[in-house]
Design a binder for this molecule. Sequence first.
Ligand SMILES: [Zn+2]
Length: 163
Amino acid sequence: MAKRASIYSVIVLIVVAGLFAGEYLLMSRRAQTECGFCRRHINPKAHVVAEVGGRRRNVCCAHCAVTEARQEKKPLRLIAVTDYSTGKMVSPDGAWFVEDSRVIACEHDMSKMDESKHAEQLEFDRCSPGTFAFSDRKAAEEFVAGNGGVLRSLPEVLAEAQQ
Ligand SMILES: [Zn+2]
């Protein structure tokens, strides 16, 4: 009897450990796909890794990190950015950024409904206009030619966080 009981407790232990492991995996995956500042789903083409006040997070786009740093009045560091053309993570040093283009970085509904069901444009959106990064200046210029927007260097983007 004692032996059977111990087998049961081992099985229970394994199941519980499995549940914990599963939850941990789910949590870490969520940290990769959910913005650490605004909780929105991260667009893989605009994904950046940023530090605001020394805390490192996965962020939906560079603009969201800039907004966070400005609101919190804390220093911003970009650790890695996604090259829009290739979808690969690159160093932000020497990268080019496009702001104010017609392409929306965050996948979410920009409008909200009021009581009379008229769609209203949100006056302020922390992620809008989205910022896209390019490791190649020419690719960034082509993007601007096709989608509008302004080309900015890394120091220019970081300066916006200090305003
Ligand atoms: Zn965000």
